[in-house]
Ligand binder design. Sequence first.
Ligand SMILES: [Zn+2]
Length: 382
Amino acid sequence: MINLNAFLDSLKLTWLRRLLKENSKWKLLVDNMFNFNKLLIFGQSYCEATIDTLSNNFWRDVLRSYSKLLQAYVPQGDFDFLSSPLLYNKNIKIGGIPINSQSWYKNGLFYVNDIINQNGVIYTLKELEEKLNIKLNFLQYIGFKASLTSYKSKIPKITGVTKLTYPIRPPIINLFFKSTKGCSDFYNILNKNNDVPTSKGKWDNTYNIENETWKEIYQSPFNLPVSSLLQWFQYRINHRILSTKSYLYKIKIIDSPLCTSCNLTVDETITHMLWSCPETKKSMLHSKNIQFNLSEELYIFNIGKRYNIGTLILILETKYYIFSSKRLGIPLSIKAFKNRIRWSFTAYEHIAKKTNRLDTFEKYLKPILQACGYMQDNLPQT
Ligand SMILES: [Zn+2]
């Protein structure tokens, strides 16, 4: 089956090929909007920054497709590594951010190849300063070298790296020259990335999340040993098909998208319902009983390698409790929530016993169950 999104993006990319190859008057128009040459030699963050400056929707879309192409292209081997952009490359950073230095640009440092010696070794700090007129302090240099080495280690099929001879035509530019017609060269690259569903595009308007993380997000519902009800719940969040008022209004089931839990006149979207609604915050997230010390994205998508299985299940249960109460129009209550946790975590304990995973239960889930009143005669404190 054809991947429609990849196909549409590929069609848009043919406009960049025309920009590169044809000599038409409309190119002048484009020149006034963005610098195409810089787009070709810089990394993906330059493209993203350029998109934000454009008011022309057509070219915004074309550059979005180009950004996806840069993201989807998987470098392989020495040539791809050495012709990787040095500037605005998300994989090569100084002080945690991609390099966007004017002096590097002015000194003609565009590709990884520009900062290595004949034997393929990254220039020393002194060499960078003397040969290339680049000034970095020692810590910046160490960070730069580490990020470059880490990037290199992720690229498959690197043999011995020796410096390339100039001129260099990076793989992405080669792609534009490969065929004169059609869009299959672009499609073949973009189609590899078809495991990220369309809802990602909409979430992109809310959150700034890296593609790698999206893969984790779309796996997240199935990574936790919870009921299929909860897995399906998280799946619906990820795919934006959870029956919030905003969603029900869109599919014409109810007359108003507004949240009825709080006094704000705002749509009850997924994030409003589960995170930003004042009622949710007051009764659940910021109540003295529960303190969720995590970011909105991690909470909404139930991800985060720092969190153990107990915390992740607790977050999922919390969201499901908020959702089901709000759907039924029942006020949120910590007491009711704790009852629910006691009930479901006791069920997890039974399953853990049956599946010989009592160790994990004892370590990560039992403390939560105990906090909710487990093995105590009296009801939990509220
Ligand atoms: Zn609200």
